[in-house]
Design a protein around this ligand. Structure first.
Ligand SMILES: [Zn+2]
Length: 201
């Protein structure tokens, strides 16, 4: 994954360091002043509720709002891992060597468009479905800093992918209705046709 950057930190810091090493601390201070970002306290991150997470994934059509790739909720991939533990391993901490690469490649994550650390909120307008990889790259940077564009929320007729949610319940049944991973909650939140949900037993 390439990461375009719009900042000029490499050149700017080269000038700062050049001045410092030349013994000109005053010039270095003048050069670093425009870049100054003093340490500050970021409020403790409040987690968005699972229902907001599901709403955002559905709203965004189970595609990353940055790279456009199709994502599959991790809960569903975990059921594939239950059924094929040797071919498709899963470790709850995504331990290297014990987690299939599809998990990192295709898991959705909840992105704060304006990062939490920069004052972004959990309002759905500030939230986006992002693939885990884009979210890792984005970190606490803004899309302007990255030179990225935010894709529009798809309209109803642009939605061409359901994240395999239509198979979630039958897969869960096939896997023997595992009780881990909050499946009962996510089955309800991700059910593609809530009206047709059978009573859970
Ligand atoms: Zn992405």
């Amino acid at each position: 994954v390439t990461r375009p950057r719009t900042d000029n930190y490499a050149d700017e810091l080269e000038m700062v360091v050049t001045a410092l090493v030349a013994g000109d601390r005053a010039s270095a201070a003048d050069l670093i002043a425009p870049l100054a970002q003093p340490p500050r306290t970021v409020p403790v991150r409040a987690e968005a509720s699972e229902s907001v997470v599901a709403l955002v994934y559905r709203r965004d059509g189970f595609r990353c709002r940055y790279c456009g790739c199709r994502v599959i909720p991790t809960q569903i991939m975990r059921l594939i891992a239950e059924l094929f533990p040797d071919d498709f391993p899963y470790h709850r901490n995504w331990k290297a060597g014990q987690t299939h690469p599809a998990i990192a490649s295709r898991s959705p994550s909840l992105d704060h468009i304006i990062p939490w650390a920069r004052g972004g909120t959990n309002d759905p307008e500030n939230l986006a479905c992002a693939c885990w990889i884009c979210n890792q790259i984005k970190g606490d940077l803004t899309i302007d800093q990255l030179g990225w564009a935010l894709r529009d929320v798809p309209t109803a007729d642009q939605r061409d992918w359901d994240g395999l949610t239509r198979f979630y319940r039958p897969l869960w049944e096939l896997a023997g209705r595992p009780t881990n991973a909050d499946h009962r909650l996510w089955l309800r939140l991700l059910d593609p046709a809530p009206g047709s949900t059978k009573p859970t037993g």
